[in-house]
Design a protein around this ligand. Structure first.
Ligand code: MG
Length: 375
């Protein structure tokens, strides 16, 4: 199944707001094969940077753009192509955004493979344990406790039984941190699941103090309390925290996750298919299950990554909750013809059609297109 074309498209809304953003823009990778099939993938990174990694001309045997590496290859050979991309992009930097770009391509290759054999990606990944998963609404804190309370109430009224609050203004002061989490618990009620995402704001000692203080509002996890580079800090904190520690969204691929898994640094490993692809996502899943830790998806972009996350997470043995990006962006709602969002009971269904099981809305793509290569 020879690859004959790799198209990269960037979509962007007209007015981009300066905030902890979800999908104000999207980078699409569309891989086409000689038998007329197309697979789609995306990376959660700066779209123009991803595009440059795909488009770069040959410079050196270990500094090639992804398009040049893959044209003419057999799209079905996902593991070998992952290793080839890894080797031939070494001088782009071995971690981070290169791996994110590779992940977008890998996602598209698995979509193609599913379409070729007429099976969903979750079947190719080894088989699903879950047909539907409880979803949590993933939102930002309000400016204070009262606004956070109102936000929480809104998502519970829409049917979610779990809500995660994250990022700014957490970390400005102890008083505000406590006010925010108390507002969050008040808004969602006593019986629903509360998740707290600190957004990488503390050192390990402060994080332990907050974990002990936050225990009164019973969060199911405390996410990214530390800078993602602080592996020793995570190991120290996880040994002591009364609340389970979740992290991993910043990690790109298996090599990036390896030290955290080897050192049992987290309780919950959050894997983003738009930064790990399915090839490394499957490897990370196996390693984390081996040490009896838990897995969750990370997803804060378009419905493509929502669908990819559902396929991957449904193949994790104890998948217990799904990150549902509820950002109110046209990219989130209208990029695909299918809607991938939790229903009124707070559960989200895993797609079951071949490949990722999604169809791009081509009119929408044309309306928001700002750059394109390989067409
Ligand atoms: Mg997070």
């Amino acid at each position: 199944m020879k690859i004959i074309q790799i198209i990269c498209q960037i979509l962007r809304v007209k007015n981009v707001a300066a905030k902890t953003a979800s999908c104000q823009d999207v980078v699409l990778i569309r891989v086409r094969t000689e038998d007329g099939l197309e697979g789609v993938g995306e990376a959660d990174a700066s779209p123009e940077v991803i595009k440059a990694i795909v488009d770069a001309p040959f410079s050196h045997n270990i500094a090639c753009g992804l398009r040049g590496i893959l044209l003419g290859e057999n799209a079905l050979e996902t593991e070998r192509l992952w290793q080839k991309m890894l080797r031939r992009t070494q001088y782009f930097g071995r971690t981070s955004v290169t791996i994110a770009a590779m992940s977008a391509v890998d996602m598209a290759l698995w979509d193609l493979k599913g379409k070729k054999f007429g099976v969903p990606v979750h079947t190719l990944l080894g088989g699903q344990y879950h047909r539907r998963i409880q979803a949590y609404a993933s939102v930002l804190f309000g400016r204070d406790g009262a606004e956070t309370c109102d936000i929480g109430r809104k998502w519970i009224e829409r049917g979610y039984r779990a809500v995660k609050f994250g990022w700014e203004p957490m970390g400005q002061s102890e008083a505000l941190d406590l006010e925010l989490v108390r507002g969050a618990r008040e808004g969602i009620g006593e019986s629903n699941t509360l998740l707290i995402d600190a957004g990488c704001v503390w050192d390990a000692r402060t994080a332990l103090r907050r974990a002990e203080q936050f225990a009164e509002v019973r969060p199911a996890w405390l996410e990214e309390p530390l800078r993602p580079w602080d592996i020793d800090g995570y190991v120290w904190l996880r040994d002591r925290s009364p609340i389970p520690i979740a992290a991993g969204e910043a990690e790109c691929g298996r090599e990036s996750f390896r030290p955290y898994i080897d050192r049992h640094a987290f309780d919950i490993y959050q894997v983003d298919p738009s930064r790990c692809g399915f090839t490394d996502g499957a490897y990370i899943r196996a390693r984390v299950e081996e040490i009896n830790a838990r897995l969750c998806n990370h997803c804060y972009t378009s419905p493509i990554t929502v669908a990819a996350s559902l396929h991957w997470l449904s193949t994790c043995r104890d998948a217990f909750i799904f990150e549902d990006c509820v950002d109110d962006s046209p990219m989130r709602h209208d990029l695909t013809l299918e809607k991938f969002q939790a229903g009124p009971d707070g559960f989200i269904e895993v797609p079951d059609r071949p490949g990722l099981g999604l169809t791009l809305n081509e009119e929408f793509v044309q309306q928001y297109l700002v750059a394109e290569s390989g067409a």
